[in-house]
Write a protein that binds this ligand. Structure first.
Ligand code: HEM
Length: 558
């Protein structure tokens, strides 16, 4: 055993050494780009991790180097020579997808876990095709059928918060909200019931997969990566049996999987697991294989779960800290700007290209620092202030990247907005909550909940301070039962929140139209705006009932 351990260590050291010397070569080729490679082999990994874990998040690492080297700098972190860059111009070059300048840069372990046909592991035409095939069930129209589930689950989840101290971040990272977002997405994708044995197994496997996603690439028993791959196999076996049940007609559901199975049933035969996406002749070239289906169900679970949890949590924090924002519930975009849930977007140069006068060589890892773009004072005046009004006007291109931009823009944006919108709607309308501690000292950290299932040390204390609160039921709905009070459709909840669809789903013409119709019908629905959202007066510590001032109409989503 000891010999085996030593052999693994030697192999690891040799690999790290090789990667390091290759990076040094690349760094020399790009000697014009300022920056430092740090210590041999480890580079600047430790400063990077310590910046990442600090309350200010990765911003401290970034700011320090931007001050020394400028907007484009190179470094060696996490086993890669990486060029960091920021600014709207860099965002345009990296995100617009023009000329295939860059491809997505995922860690080896992430690629293995998600599979070769995931949206996150494919590039170019293959990626474009997958987006087209997978995108439709994620459109806002398709999401309507999941509204009741999301709504009921939000109500149930919040009920468990009642009359007890809630550490939102802790709940988010271990139990409550996270289960909410996980249950929503699992139900939407494969109609997984929110309770029961299958849910338990699914959750256990998902947890192992999530923690293996960015682990060390050691595929040996006992490692996180190895456990992740095993859990992935179990998850895929479960998906296989669901797919088989659907195919033989034993089970018909109204979910993402069913939509895609119906649409992508191969002529005369079931999709072939191993045909890699192109098998079955021309006619079938546009059909999803089972492998693609499974890889992308897993991808949506992974990509859509922690992000939405984080968004929801930051939103509750910002609402708690900014009483005035409660009066004008248009806080989604500003939350995503301040929190910047994905702090940087990682790409790989697919060819040589230049940026800010620097030549970037093909194969270089390139990271776009989005936090700095979101806090650029020339775009967002007083950038650290939480000010939802800044989204009232037109923004400069590539200045707000909460859901990304270009060909890799978040396909789950509408689902995320919907989940957050419904949850916050019930929180605000049916409960009051009292922050129990001052939280002024805390900046939004950029440590994602992804890495933070069990936060440790001072970070945990800070984050707990951030969101410690007590939830009590509010009697906004006096005289009416909960059932009567709950919105019954997306249109109603959106109307109740005076949701501006044209901005929330700019790419969806149908909804823009629906919104106009809703506006025409304003006041005729069962769901009465004023009744829902009026009665809040907020102080930092305490919320009580009050009429909404007539000028401050509630808006939920930008
Ligand atoms: C508040 C919640 C969310 C935020 C802030 C968010 C943010 C983002 C961002 C910024 C990107 C682009 C990253 C890049 O360019 O490198 C992205 C991509 C992606 N998101 Fe989301 N997301 C959220 C929720 C979701 C949900 C609910 C799903 C699934 C239903 C999802 C699935 C994906 C996928 C699959 C991609 C990769 C797209 C591609 O490479 O083509 N996201 N997300």
């Amino acid at each position: 055993m000891a010999v085996f351990g030593a052999a693994v260590l030697v192999a690891l050291a040799v690999t790290c050494g090789l990667i390091w010397s290759r990076s040094r070569r690349l760094s020399k080729e790009m000697r014009d780009i300022p920056g430092t490679m740090g210590w041999p082999v480890v580079g600047e990994t430790f400063s990077f991790i310590s910046g990442f874990s600090s309350p200010a998040g990765i911003l401290s690492f970034m700011r320090d180097r931007q001050k020394r080297f400028g907007k484009v700098f190179k470094t060696y972190v996490l086993g890669r020579m990486t060029v960091f860059m920021t600014g709207r111009e860099a965002a345009k070059i990296l995100l617009s997808g023009k000329d295939g300048v860059v491809s997505l840069n995922l860690f080896y372990t992430g690629k293995q876990v998600l599979g070769p046909t995931s949206l996150l592991t494919t590039n170019g035409d293959e990626h474009k095709k997958l987006r087209r095939l997978i995108g439709e069930p994620l459109s806002i129209d398709a999401l309507k059928k999941h509204f009741d589930f999301i709504n009921d689950l939000a109500v149930q989840t919040l009920d468990t918060w009642l009359d007890r101290r809630v550490l939102v971040l802790e709940e988010a990272s271990s139990v409550i909200i996270k289960l909410f977002t996980l249950k929503v997405i699992a139900n939407m994708l494969i109609s997984l019931e929110p309770e029961g044995e299958e849910q338990e197994k699914f959750r256990a496997n998902f947890k192992i997969i999530s923690s293996s996603f960015a682990s060390l690439p050691l595929k040996i028993p006992g490692t996180a990566f190895h456990r992740g791959l095993k859990a992935r196999n179990r998850m895929y076996a479960m998906l296989d049996s669901v797919i088989a049940r659907r195919r033989d007609g034993g089970e018909v559901r109204n979910d993402f999987l069913q939509t895609l199975l119906r649409k992508h049933a191969k002529d005369g035969a079931a999709a072939d697991e191993d045909d890699g996406g192109g098998g079955g002749g021309d006619r079938d070239a546009d059909k999803l294989t089972d492998a693609q289906l499974k890889d992308n169900i897993l991808t949506l679970l992974v990509a859509g779960h922690d992000t939405t949890t984080a968004g929801l949590t930051w939103l509750i924090k910002f609402l708690g800290e900014n009483p005035e924002a409660l009066q004008k519930l248009r806080v989604m975009n500003e939350t995503l700007r301040r929190a910047t849930i994905l702090p940087w977007f990682s790409r790989k140069a697919a060819q040589d290209f230049s940026i800010d006068g620097y030549e970037i060589k093909k194969g270089t890892s390139v990271n776009l620092d989005v936090v700095s773009i979101h806090h650029d004072p020339s775009v967002f005046a007083d950038p650290y202030k939480f000010d939802p009004n800044r989204f009232d006007g037109t923004l400069k291109p590539y200045s707000f990247l909460g859901f990304g931009s270009g060909p890799r823009m978040c396909p789950g944006m509408s689902l995320a907005r919907l989940e957050i919108c419904v949850f916050i709607h019930h929180l605000v309308c049916r409960y009051s909550w009292t922050p129990l501690e001052d939280d002024d000292s805390v900046q939004p950290t950029l440590v994602r909940m992804l890495r933070n299932n069990t936060p440790a040390g001072s970070q945990e204390i800070k984050q707990q301070q951030l969101l410690r609160g007590k939830v009590t039921r509010n009697s906004y709905f006096s005289g009416k039962s909960d059932k009567e009070q709950q919105p019954r459709s997306i249109a109603q909840i959106f109307r109740s929140l005076k949701h501006d669809h044209s901005r929330a789903v700019t790419r969806n013409g149908t909804i823009q139209e629906a919104t106009q119709q809703q506006q025409l019908r304003k006041g005729q629905g069962q769901w009465n705006n004023n009744q829902v959202a009026k009665p809040i007066r907020v102080t930092k510590k305490h919320y009580t009932r009050q009429q909404w001032p007539s000028h401050a109409k509630p808006h939920m989503i930008d």
